[in-house]
Design a protein around this ligand. Structure first.
Ligand SMILES: CC(C)(COP(=O)(O)OP(=O)(O)OC[C@H]1O[C@@H](n2cnc3c(N)ncnc32)[C@H](O)[C@@H]1OP(=O)(O)O)[C@@H](O)C(=O)NCCC(=O)NCCS
Length: 149
């Protein structure tokens, strides 16, 4: 893995984020959806960049803070950088931030057929909030309880 930085997303990053979103997500957000998330006051939107080229976005994560819980609304890594540990790196940084800020739980919705993402979340400690075949609709909920040290 090359040297990476994680920084706050900027308005200028939205075009690159939109390209990644539409090339990797099975159910991509629209430009408006990404933009609404970006401008929402309760959302943190971070991007992952090579440290020698910090305007190049290779991945992103965004999450919503709702009192003492976190809702992980999106995470993605550019196709050619997938499977190299970048997604885990980004999620681990977010997990550190959530734990430091004493949030109690993280939840997310994942498309039931997005086996890659489900495998990724399980690998990183998320559990199904209820069995996918018991949840209605195309998405299922996963969660992680955060330790309070
Ligand atoms: C899901 C995603 C963010 C994971 O990022 P990544 O950098 O590719 O993942 P990592 O390299 O950190 O993989 C960590 C673990 O996740 C699992 N995983 C990752 N890609 C996988 C795949 N294609 N198939 C099965 N498991 C996979 C594995 O357990 C892997 O561990 P291993 O390498 O020891 O086998 C990325 O694949 C992605 O952008 N997917 C499209 C967008 C998306 O679906 N986002 C989630 C929306 S809810």
């Amino acid at each position: 893995m090359g040297k990476l930085i994680i920084r706050k997303a900027l308005v200028n990053d939205l075009a690159q984020i939109n390209v990644i979103e539409h090339s990797v997500q099975p159910v991509p957000w629209s430009v408006e959806g990404l933009s609404n998330e970006f401008f929402s006051r309760s959302v943190r939107f971070w991007v992952l960049c090579p440290s020698d080229s910090i305007s190049k976005v290779i991945g992103y994560i965004c999450f919503r803070i709702v009192t003492d819980e976190v809702y992980l609304s999106n995470i993605a890594i550019m196709k050619q950088y997938q499977g190299l540990g970048y997604g885990t790196f980004l999620l681990k940084k977010a997990l550190y931030f959530w734990t430091q800020n004493r949030f109690k739980r993280v939840t997310l919705d994942v498309y039931k057929k997005n086996y890659q993402a489900i495998s990724f979340y399980r690998h990183n400690g998320f559990l199904f909030a209820c069995a996918p075949d018991e949840s209605k609709g195309k998405f299922c909920v996963m969660e992680m309880k955060l330790s309070q040290e």
